[in-house]
Design a protein around this ligand. Structure first.
Ligand code: GAR
Length: 190
């Protein structure tokens, strides 16, 4: 059984999809959801599914406590699902090539510090791109620069707004993210 920790900073809709998807799969489970903000809905869903939900600040002491909790729960992989903090070296060393992020655009464009959520979609529309999408990638020590695993694309129409693009991209995330993670993690050698 591969044990996953999902880290979030926002609403957690991708984390909720992953919790439900993995609860019906063999060979993979979400064993921990860490949120850097209080999140009543995700906490309730975790309780319903018997998954540990952990909220704490993202400071130096709590980062150490979180890594300790991951080790205690025998976490194998970490998935960032709308997690907006930089992952420290201690986590990268403990989970080499085993931390995955989702980004709501086609990297390497529209990534980096400050590029998250609606900021990304606004930048894509302003740049008059003809397509956008999602990028699922490994995490390294820099924002959005780790090796790309898979991308899924969506075309941008002439009258597209950042809001309509956000909805289209969200549909792609909910459709592909958890299955892509499950396939990758289950097929990995360790
Ligand atoms: C998602 O759109 C995800 O791609 C994005 O945050 C949103 C979280 O939504 N991540 C980033 O922008 C990372 N740079 P959710 O909390 O509803 O899953």
């Amino acid at each position: 059984m591969r044990k996953i920790a999902v880290f979030i900073s926002g609403e957690g809709s991708n984390a909720a999809k992953m919790l439900r998807n993995f609860s019906e799969r063999d060979g993979i489970e979400v064993a921990l959801v860490y949120s850097s903000k209080p999140n009543k809905n995700l906490k309730a869903l975790c309780e319903q599914l018997g998954v540990v939900f952990h909220y704490s600040l993202w400071n130096e002491t709590e980062k150490i406590n979180l890594l300790d909790l991951c080790i205690k729960l025998s976490i194998d992989w970490v998935v960032l699902a709308g997690f907006l903090k930089l992952i420290p070296e201690s986590f990268l060393a403990h989970f080499p090539n085993k931390i995955i992020n989702i980004h709501p655009a086609l990297l390497p464009k529209f990534g980096g510090k400050g590029m998250y959520g609606m900021h990304v979609h606004i930048a894509v529309i302003q740049a008059e791109e003809v397509e956008s999408g999602i990028t699922i990638h490994y995490v390294n020590g820099a924002y959005d620069e780790g090796q790309i695993i898979r991308q899924f694309r969506v075309s941008i129409s002439d009258n597209e707004t950042s809001e309509t693009l956000s909805t289209k991209v969200r549909v792609l995330e909910h459709k592909y993210f958890s299955d892509t993670v499950a396939e990758l993690v289950i097929s990995a050698k360790n």
